[in-house]
Design a protein around this ligand. Structure first.
Ligand code: FES
Length: 112
């Protein structure tokens, strides 16, 4: 099992969390399995950006991005060089640390 550390997010995970998931699991599935309710508006088919996470540590241990993911990521709120769509990013054997950006595109649209 691989450790995933989630930094605190005001609404989704106020105290942060440390969870474990099997290598090959997507970050999104790993979080949802542990009741960390990250947005996934398109149903995890790489057609939105609401599942965007920033991988603070262990970025290189994830699977490579596809062109589709890169295209979608370009539209994400708060894009960084370590951004991934969590429904497309599969964990490997290296522990990772992730941050859920404060806003997703859904929230931005609603004007929060
Ligand atoms: S849930 Fe829509 S791209 Fe990940």
């Amino acid at each position: 099992m691989t450790r995933i550390t989630i930094l605190p997010h005001e609404e989704i995970c106020p105290s942060g969390a440390v969870i474990e998931a099997a290598p090959g699991t997507t970050i999104c599935d790993a979080l949802l399995d542990q009741d960390i309710d990250i947005d996934h508006a398109c149903g995890q088919v790489c057609a939105c950006t609401t599942c965007h996470v920033v991988v603070k540590e262990g970025f290189d241990s994830l699977n490579d991005t596809t062109e589709d993911e890169d295209d979608m990521l370009d539209r994400a709120w708060g894009l960084t060089a370590q951004s991934r769509l969590s429904c497309q990013a599969k964990i490997g054997d290296t522990p990772i640390v992730i941050e859920i950006p404060k806003y997703s595109l859904n929230h931005a649209k609603e004007g929060h």
